[in-house]
Design a protein around this ligand. Sequence first.
Ligand code: AMP
Ligand code: MN
Ligand code: MN
Ligand code: MN
Length: 293
Amino acid sequence: MYLQTILNADLHCHSVVSDGTLTPEQLVERAKANGVELWALTDHDEIGGIARAAAAAQAQGLNYLTGAEISVTFAGETVHIVGLGFDAQNPQLVAGLHQTRSGRELRAREMADGLAKVGIKGSFEGALQFVGNPELISRTHFARFLVESGVCSETHEVFRKYLTEGKPGYVPHRWAALKDAVHWITEARGVAVIAHPARYNFTANEEYALFTEFKNHGGQAVEVVTGSHTAQEAVKYAETAQEFGLAASRGSDFHSPGESRCDLGALPLLPGALSPVWELLAERILRPEPGMR
Ligand code: AMP
Ligand code: MN
Ligand code: MN
Ligand code: MN
């Protein structure tokens, strides 16, 4: 396949293996129906869904890259680093992801304790009802439980009132180090990507440090067009990509038909002046058999 600069690539989304509500197979079907031409499943801190994702992509005739979204702590904030096109068997990557996931259960129990103090009982067990992978309990699952039990009317409201810094269900957490996450990805022959950079509460200096250190550790790309960016933010980070000599990625960050504002494959295309991340990954793409496209 000839890889154009202008491609309906969607390189960021979630399945039931982390905090999405669709299976890897359902995501492939939806991506195909929406005209996606190159796709990656990027579950949080987890690659347990990627064998199914790869098989479904092959069966449906969709170009596919391995992926994950790793939680990192940088300058006291949580930053997400997407890895694409890595070797999923790489032992250091597998161990790093396992280690990153391992604090989630205790964190969730502490979140439930915080919520119980403001009268919301049983939220650990409640959130677990929404979990597809017991190793991957996330704030999103608590949000779904609080919506279902009528505490809030939608998940964004739960985050605003209960699950963000300073709120009763928020528990500060130390995730992976930036250097480690970038190394796990690059040593496994993947490309590391700064996810949705506009979503972090950094000062200009902190953001500069993030991009500088990311690049020094071997990071090669940044999400420019994502479901988490406004059009203005995409313009801003297109400039940042050029300033730092980073390739650009594009991904909806789709989680759920009912919750996500941006559907798979529904984003604007990458601005033409940027180097798309898939140029770096051409050899890592799992391409469907001829006749399956
Ligand atoms: P966690 O990794 O457990 O901290 O959960 C992070 C996830 O929560 C993100 O990947 C989003 O899916 C979700 N999330 C974060 N902030 C919000 C928000 N304001 N509204 C809805 N979902 C959010
Ligand atoms: Mn998520
Ligand atoms: Mn994210
Ligand atoms: Mn995401």
